[in-house]
Ligand binder design. Structure first.
Ligand SMILES: [Zn+2]
Length: 145
């Protein structure tokens, strides 16, 4: 398994994010879809001249690598589509592992990745003082008196 730096968020593939936008905007497939999408993305970030539909299409098909500004614009638009407020509009979609049914797509994660010194996995802390993952050190059960 490749070792990742916790300070480098692993973004979901840009193709996946563009597919999400197409689904969310209920765009029909085809060139018109990319024209509409290029317009929406450009308008969202006040890009002038706007992105061309061919660029968006090529990035979606994986024939061109997306530049950082396009990645940010697509993330921001997708966040808006999920109803994420502007205060956290810098938030980006990332891929995480979660137990089935615990994390719903589009959830805002209020935490930071840490490296567990015992098992070496990356986990999201639920408390700033948590040092170990919940597998190595399960949270203590509160005893009611
Ligand atoms: Zn651990």
């Amino acid at each position: 398994m490749p070792v990742r730096n916790p300070s480098e968020p692993m973004s979901i593939e840009i193709q996946e994010a563009i597919s999400g936008l197409i689904d969310g905007l209920h765009l029909p497939n085809g060139a018109n879809c990319y024209k509409h999408l290029a317009g929406s993305i450009s308008a969202a970030v006040d890009k002038d001249p706007p992105y061309t539909w061919r660029y968006i299409q090529s990035v979606h098909k994986g024939t061109i690598k997306a530049g950082a500004p396009l990645k940010a614009a697509v993330s921001s638009l997708l966040a808006h589509q999920y109803g994420i407020p502007s205060q956290i509009s810098q938030a980006q979609f990332v891929t995480v592992l979660a137990e089935p049914g615990t994390i719903v797509i589009g959830s805002y994660v209020n935490g930071q990745s840490k490296l567990c010194p015992l098992c070496g996995i990356l986990f999201v802390t639920d408390h700033p003082r948590r040092k170990y993952c919940s597998i190595c050190r399960p949270p203590r059960k509160r005893v009611r008196k």
